[in-house]
Ligand binder design. Structure first.
Ligand SMILES: C[S@@+](CC[C@H](N)C(=O)[O-])C[C@H]1O[C@@H](n2cnc3c(N)ncnc32)[C@H](O)[C@@H]1O
Length: 233
């Protein structure tokens, strides 16, 4: 098995069992960036094509910008798993406060140096384990798709603290069995023909309403990237 496919599991098997032992998520995500497993070998940190391809990024930014402009007074936003911030930097001007959070320390250090904008701050946290800052709205863009169900559940429980959740997930084309479990890391549920649906079991997130803001079809068997806004109770 190549390194690319094996990075999220430790070499040694859990003692006495045949189960592979997952890496801690922080180590797995740090290695994804160190080895450019999401591409972008020319750049220091690269969060993947989903964060850079103009055909994916531009309509997303347009949809989000239009949504943020609906508010008479700009709202505050907490970006969970902000990555290399190619997306977030384009949304900051439409908010009154923006907090970017990521688990990878060196990435947050780089973001702090690279993006100095009034009202913008970065924090290094594991969003599944830490308390999260107050804000009107949470953005979770192509993050949960990389996390195990245990971690998705931990994040999901914190979402009711916000008025709005803008969730972007890469899911299979057409019907699929939601929320099959994976080991946290580079990969997503698409290889299991599954994807995240927070409203379905085992998460059963309770929301007031749902609106689809954006959808891009990547082609047969490549899945779709969908963005929904959930209004919370
Ligand atoms: C595919 S990237 C998406 C980045 C960004 N949201 C975007 O759309 O451009 C996923 C990001 O989530 C971060 N991440 C994964 N698990 C996390 C966790 N438990 N806590 C905080 N950040 C996490 C990764 O380090 C990575 O930067």
């Amino acid at each position: 098995m190549s390194l690319k496919h094996n990075f999220a599991v430790m070499d040694s098997k859990t003692e006495g069992t045949n189960k592979k032992k997952p890496w801690p998520t922080k180590a797995a995500m740090t290695q994804v960036y160190e080895l450019n497993l999401w591409g972008g070998s020319d750049t220091d940190f690269y969060s993947g094509e989903g964060s850079h391809l103009p055909s994916i990024v531009n309509p997303y930014i347009e949809a989000l910008t239009l949504w943020l402009k609906r508010f008479e007074n700009a709202i505050s936003l907490c970006d969970l798993g902000c990555g290399d911030f190619n997306i977030g930097r384009q949304l900051v001007p439409y908010t009154n406060q923006y907090i970017g959070i990521d688990i990878v320390s060196e990435l947050i250090k780089r973001n702090k140096e690279k993006f100095k904008i009034v009202g913008l701050e970065f924090q290094c946290k594991d969003i599944s384990k830490s308390n999260l800052p107050d804000a009107d709205c949470v953005v979770l863009r192509q993050v949960l798709q990389h996390l195990s169900n245990t971690e998705v559940q931990e994040v999901s429980e914190k979402l009711r603290n916000y008025k709005y959740v803008i969730l972007t997930e890469h899911v299979p084309n057409g019907e699929f069995i939601p929320n099959l479990d994976i080991i946290s890391g580079q990969g997503i549920r698409l290889k299991k023909k599954s994807g995240i649906d927070l409203l379905a079991a085992p998460f059963n997130l309770v929301i007031k309403s749902k609106e689809r803001l954006h959808r891009v079809d990547l082609g047969p068997n490549k899945g779709v990237i969908e963005t929904h806004c959930y209004t919370m109770f």
